[in-house]
Design a protein around this ligand. Structure first.
Ligand SMILES: [Zn+2]
Length: 213
């Protein structure tokens, strides 16, 4: 599900969306490839968390996204936290929520957790139907209305709280060779003497041509 850039710009004009938010939104469109409603909500979530944390955009921040859907991309585009630099973790609770915190040498760091508030979103009936995956939501006819309501709502569908976030400790590890596939893996990913793929969790089957030597 997406919306044309022209329609999105017109809606942002209509609701007087702040230039800061508009900049985030434009960069998210270019990164994500299209613009689902969840990414738009994600932009407002990250913006709110940054403000409550009192953080600058170029500061080294850590993040957790509680869903793999859309929200992680808003974090990656707007903040310094990415999956690849390990400053962004996805801990899938199924909740549309993100947490931002600064680095810490302690076991726990002060963070700001932002989430979509089930009570507040009810004030926006079409958005609520879409968000709750309600069968009464008319995907084609009401699509633009969802974007309209998100921009109208801005951060007013969100709640936030101060939290203590557990800081992952750096693992001490060594690479070992799996005796079955002969590939190298960190020792903490060895199960019963073999890599997790050879232990049965592989996401692929070999299907033909290969170069092994
Ligand atoms: Zn293996």
């Amino acid at each position: 599900m997406s919306i044309s850039v022209a329609k999105l710009e017109a809606l942002m004009d209509n609701y007087g969306t702040e230039e800061r938010i508009r900049g985030y939104i434009r960069r998210c469109v270019s990164f994500h490839g299209f613009f689902p409603p969840g990414l738009l909500i994600g932009v407002f979530m990250v913006d709110l968390a940054l403000e409550k944390l009192g953080a600058n955009l170029d500061e080294k921040l850590y993040a957790v996204a509680e869903t793999p859907k859309c929200a992680p991309d808003a974090v990656q585009v707007i903040t310094t936290a990415t999956i690849g630099n390990k400053q962004l973790r996805i801990i899938d609770t199924g909740k549309f929520s993100i947490t931002l915190n600064r680095g810490s040498t302690e076991e726990r760091a002060d963070g700001i957790r932002v989430y979509v508030d089930a009570t507040k979103i009810r004030r926006y009936p079409t958005l609520d139907l879409w968000y709750t995956n309600d069968p009464r939501y008319k995907r084609v006819d009401e699509k633009d209305r969802v974007y309209d309501e998100i921009l109208q709502a801005g951060r007013s569908i969100l709640s936030w709280e101060r939290v203590k976030v557990s800081v992952p400790q750096k693992a001490v590890w060594q690479a070992v060779q799996c005796p079955v596939c002969k590939e190298m893996v960190p020792d903490y990913l060895v199960e019963d003497g073999v890599c997790t793929s050879c232990a049965g969790a592989s996401y692929y089957d070999r299907s033909g041509e290969a170069l092994h030597q």
